[in-house]
Design a protein around this ligand. Structure first.
Ligand code: ZN
Length: 137
């Protein structure tokens, strides 16, 4: 059911500024970075492809968005870990059956057209876990 770590989501205050060190240490050209706005989650995302994995920098598009609130409380940094699954609806149903608390009972639309759903950190050792189902790679 689990395929791999899909991406690491990092909360940043300013996407343009935050991208700079990543371009350097990941040896990526700016044209190679996918930038996308995900209105459902009120974020602007910069996707860095790192071999078979991804790092997503997330900037809030509104002052009351979850990323803005996270930065207010904890500062910029790692926000969530995303795990790719084959069938997200099935995974959510199984996890619910195991008593895992879900933030999203049903998947929503994430960056790159992925289906995503968050699990509650209370059930996952304090880490915000996102399940991701996507077609590509
Ligand atoms: Zn994510």
């Amino acid at each position: 059911m689990i395929e791999k770590i899909d991406h690491i989501g990092i909360a940043v205050a300013n996407l343009e500024e935050a991208m700079k060190p990543y371009l350097d240490f990941l040896f990526v050209k700016k044209e190679g970075v996918e930038i996308e706005e995900v209105s459902d989650q009120k974020v602007k995302v910069a996707v860095f492809h790192v071999g078979p994995n991804r790092i997503e920098l997330l900037q809030s598009t509104t002052p009351d968005g979850t990323i803005a609130k996270f930065i207010e409380k904890k500062g910029e940094g790692i926000h969530h870990l995303a795990i790719r699954v084959k069938d997200i609806e099935k995974a959510l149903a199984e996890l619910k059956g195991k008593g895992i608390k879900l933030i999203d009972e049903k998947p929503r639309l994430g960056a790159g057209g992925a289906k995503i759903a968050f699990l509650h950190p209370k059930s996952t050792g304090g880490i915000l876990i996102e399940l991701t189902e996507r077609k590509e790679d």
